[in-house]
Design a protein around this ligand. Sequence first.
Ligand SMILES: C[S@@+](CC[C@H](N)C(=O)[O-])C[C@H]1O[C@@H](n2cnc3c(N)ncnc32)[C@H](O)[C@@H]1O
Length: 206
Amino acid sequence: MADRRQLERLLAELAGFEEPRLDLEQYRTPPDITAHLIHVATLNGDIAGRTVIDLGCGTGMLTVASALAGARLSVGIELDSAALATARANEERVGAQGGIAWLRGDATRPPLDCSDATVVMNPPFGAREGNEHADRDFLRAASELARVSYSIHNAGSRAFVESFAGDEGGEVTHAFAAEFDVPRQYDHHRDAVRTLDTELFRIRWD
Ligand SMILES: C[S@@+](CC[C@H](N)C(=O)[O-])C[C@H]1O[C@@H](n2cnc3c(N)ncnc32)[C@H](O)[C@@H]1O
């Protein structure tokens, strides 16, 4: 099984979004953040032998990483069929072992009957106008599917995430900051790479 460094190296080989869609806030989760998140989850016993569900899996970064880290089954759910095609190609690219299933559908209303999975996700932050609470619907889905979830949010989300988790019977057990590099990919992007301040949370839902 890949350790943190090996995992990051393998993930760096994965392709990004071919034609990223701004309306869906398609930004690939960086390999270093993914490797860190999956490493923390592994140390907490939340990956090996477990069912891991990636809500809004995009290029499959978190799904493939959890499979490489020993999940029994990794499920990636995504609305966009083009992104799912990239995710499938990425699975083959690194020869991820263990079961991976890709589902096309709305991750905020997941077509799964499950309550004790590990959810990993980098949901839309709700940065676009009219989409402000996008991550709230993803957290609600996580609360229904998961015993524990790991999610990436905009910096400054801690009070919101703690309060949401508390209302749904959950508890934030870990929180850490991460710098999220976004390469230029949309017309409004000016810099070659822009670094966003983000926060990662582990929430126990049972
Ligand atoms: C920030 S990106 C996540 C990227 C992914 N972790 C990766 O590394 O490629 C958010 C993803 O959520 C997807 N998405 C947005 N709304 C969705 C929904 N309601 N159901 C399923 N996927 C959704 C987007 O298409 C996008 O791929």
